[in-house]
Design a protein around this ligand. Structure first.
Ligand code: T1G
Length: 701
């Protein structure tokens, strides 16, 4: 037996046990071990075989680190055939999360049992893949075509009880001991003379599929794909399950899987999978750095951000005290929270009783004395440095020793805020993204004096509340917002050079951005950028710079909130509509500046918007603000809706080729001036070396 799989006979039951930490991934040793164990079991005194796993979970899928490398025998299909063709019933004993190839192993078994806390799922689509070991052929046969389509194109896990109702598992065991529960269940099957139930023997009634079902499914999926290609192929696989015999369907599935596993989209999505986990690791900080116990949290400020942040903690059962300046503001804040939860309940994503339970964890006060016992305070008032310093001085006076004092600021100097206290070592930035109860990214900001255990605690509590965390150093705008400057600037510069707002946004949305930069500015409010610019002294004195944004604000067109900005907005649907008035204004303003308006294609729009962002990222890496290039990809995919199928701006830049990026930036510098287009030294260096950000990250990360 291989070191990762053991086999033993317990009475009349053979036990195949997988032990490949941390998640029992189906590495070659596991596949070989399962194959060998099942073979042995065919010739011993066992009357049934239980397949279970040690550690925290049943098999969580193929070993993603093996992708892109030469395949090693035995392949997964060989192991699954041995299971399915066993002369004795094989029972999968599921705990933790049986995912991907792991659930496909369970589906090849004759029976599946699970403890109540277990989940099953086929998340391959989240890696730009599809279930390549029979999942698309077996799930439609036992759960039905529609359920299979929803499950496999969403990639979301299914809890044990629901899986039972769907026919995905046969038994939900009482108790948490999956091994003994499965042995009892297997004995019962033997005593009852249960048959060798094989999913492949089920035929789907194709007449039951309404005409056009698959085409309309494709149309729906393509709307949300944002550059992803796996969804469409999943539909084809499920179509094959309906129309083809099992073995031909398996062949079709394998063929489409191979197309995906070699695609750039899947490479990008697998990059993000590992980047997300790497971002949680702090260079120079041992993984077991002690973290402070966070049992109670205070939020200063009950506005949109404060309310959303409060919900993040209540959602995981951590009591929150929300502090506002007066009862009216507090009432407003609590109302925002209740409204947000109500929307979630109405969407069917939260049972009503859980909503009340969570709201019950959030109390309010207007008195700082009431937050003296909390373990973490997160300040979320508006972006005024002096006000934040006043608040932190007060917190310093009332909070217990060891409490962590965090600011949600998105731009301000965390060191200046820390200096307003006598405990700068306990001050850290925790920058949430709006809406805080929805957006996945949490940008933690390490101040000059922030203690290591405070950094470790911010990362750990961030993961606990379901966030994807990345660590930033202190600079204006940290990682994400600092890089956004050039992106937004060029979106408006392109208008003066001949684009309409719809052309700029359309190019970026075809690339895969969830929303183009001009529509995004309308959503955030053009007056926000306008006010931020008033306070800045570093902007070039250039009449072309932000010309349209400034003009629109001065006309009272602040964006969605006033019904018009770069676009007009339908008052009912809030759908954006191109505005001929704005388009003629752009031409008039360009004429005033004697600017030649010309046709500009997608390639230039993408380069003009993304390359300043990539260039700024190179500076951020050189300054040590971000730990590694892949952290920057995590920030953009989880905080700015950069398409995961492109892997983030740094992965994308590597695919374009850094010499191409650098040369283009030099071209734009010669056209538009060095004040906007100054190549970062690191980008120049890597371009000249023919290297990549990934290589630089591997050396320095
Ligand atoms: N392969 C290799 N390593 C994996 C892995 C996998 N499938 N899953 C997790 N890891 C590593 C991860 O990188 C981390 O490493 C550690 O395990 C703990 O993970 C044929 C082709 C199972 C829900 O997509 O969803 O099967 O950072 O931090 O939060 O059709 O891991 O410690 O060095 O995420 O408790 C399909 C992916 C694969 C599941 C656990 N399966 N994994 O979450 O821990 S494709 C998946 C997860 C496939 C078949 C197809 C989660 C988890 P390190 P973690 P966690």
């Amino acid at each position: 037996m291989s070191e990762a799989v053991s086999y033993e006979l317990v009475g009349n039951i053979g036990i195949v046990s997988v032990n490949n930490p941390p998640v029992n991934a189906l590495a070659q040793v596991v596949r070989a071990g399962i194959l060998e164990a099942i073979t042995i079991a065919q010739n011993d005194a066992s009357e049934a075989i239980v397949l279970c796993c040690e550690g925290r979970t049943f098999i969580a899928g193929a070993d993603i680190t093996e992708f892109g490398k030469p395949p090693k025998e035995p392949g997964l299909p060989a192991a699954l055939s041995a299971i399915e063709n066993s002369s004795k019933p094989v029972i999968a004993a599921i705990h933790g999360t049986a995912l991907g190839g792991g659930f496909e192993v369970a589906l090849a078994c004759h029976y599946r049992c699970a403890i109540a806390s277990a989940k099953v799922g086929l998340p391959e689509v989240k890696l730009g893949l599809l279930p390549g070991a029979g999942g698309t052929q077996r799930v439609p046969r036992i759960a039905g075509v529609k359920a299979a389509l929803d499950m496999i194109t969403s990639g979301n896990p299914v809890a044990a009880k629901k899986a039972l109702d769907m026919g995905l598992v046969d038994e939900v065991l009482s108790g948490d001991d999956v091994r003994s529960g499965a042995i009892q269940y297997a004995k019962g099957l033997v005593e009852s003379g249960a048959s060798l139930k094989r999913i492949r023997d089920i035929t789907i009634d194709s007449a039951a599929i309404e005409p056009g079902f698959f085409d309309s499914a494709r149309k729906q999926l393509v709307k949300r794909a944002r550059g992803q290609i796996a969804q469409d192929k999943i539909v084809s696989c499920i179509e094959a399950a309906v129309n083809l015999p099992m073995d031909e369907g398996l062949e079709r599935e394998r063929e489409l899987f191979k197309e995906l596993v070699t695609s750039s989209e899947s490479a990008a999505m697998r990059h993000i999978f590992f980047a997300e986990r790497l971002a949680a690791k702090i260079k120079g900080l041992p993984r077991d750095t002690p973290v402070r116990d966070i049992k109670k949290v205070a939020i200063i400020g009950g506005g949109t951000m404060g309310g959303g942040i409060a919900m993040c903690f209540a959602n995981v059962g951590i009591p929150v005290v929300m502090l506002e300046i007066n009862d009216e503001a507090l009432e407003r804040g609590m109302h925002i929270i209740r409204k947000n939860y109500t929307i979630t309940v109405q969407k069917g994503k939260l049972p009503a009783d859980q909503m009340e339970q969570r709201i019950g964890l959030i109390t309010g006060t207007t008195n700082y004395e009431d937050i003296g016992d909390v373990d973490l305070v997160i300040e979320a008032v508006f972006e005024n440095l002096e006000l934040k310093k006043e608040i932190f001085a007060k917190l310093d006076g009332v909070c217990k020793q060891g409490a962590i004092l965090a600011t949600n600021t998105s731009y301000q100097d965390v060191d200046a805020i820390a200096a307003a206290t006598s405990r700068p070592q306990d001050v850290v930035g925790m920058h949430f993204f709006s809406p805080a109860n929805v957006m996945k990214l949490l940008e933690n900001v390490r101040g000059e004096k922030t203690a290591d255990d405070v950094v470790a605690t911010a990362m750990s509590i961030g993961k606990k509340i379901g966030k994807v965390c990345a660590l930033s150093g202190v600079c204006y705008g940290f990682i994400g917002n600092r890089m956004l400057g050039g992106y937004g600037r060029e979106a408006q510069m392109l208008l003066m050079d001949g684009c309409t707002p719809a052309q700029v946004d359309g190019s970026l949305e075809r690339f895969g951005m969830a929303m183009g930069p001009l529509a995004m500015s309308d959503l955030a409010g053009l007056d926000v950028g306008y006010k931020a610019r008033q306070g800045r002294t570093d902007l070039p004195d250039d009449p072309k710079l932000y010309r349209m944004g400034t003009l629109l604000v001065e006309m009272g067109r602040h964006g969605q909130k006033t019904g018009s900005g770069f676009y007009k907005y339908d008052p009912e649907t809030r759908r954006r509509l191109s505005d001929p008035e704005v388009e003629s204004m752009i031409k008039e303003e360009a004429a005033k500046l004697d600017l030649e308006q010309r046709d500009i294609g997608d390639d230039e729009i993408l380069a003009r918007c993304f390359y300043p962002l990539i260039n700024e990222a190179a500076l951020i890496l050189e300054e040590g603000i971000a730990q590694r290039p892949s952290d920057i990809d995590v920030v953009y995919v989880f905080g700015y809706a950069f398409p995961v199928a492109k892997g983030g701006p740094m992965h994308y830049a590597d695919q374009v080729g850094l010499k191409n990026v650098y040369d283009k930036i030099c071209e734009f510098r010669d056209l538009y001036g060095e004040q906007y287009w100054k190549p970062a030294p690191l980008l120049k260096q890597l371009a000249e070396e023919g290297s990549t950000f990934a290589e630089w990250g591997a050396k320095n990360g």
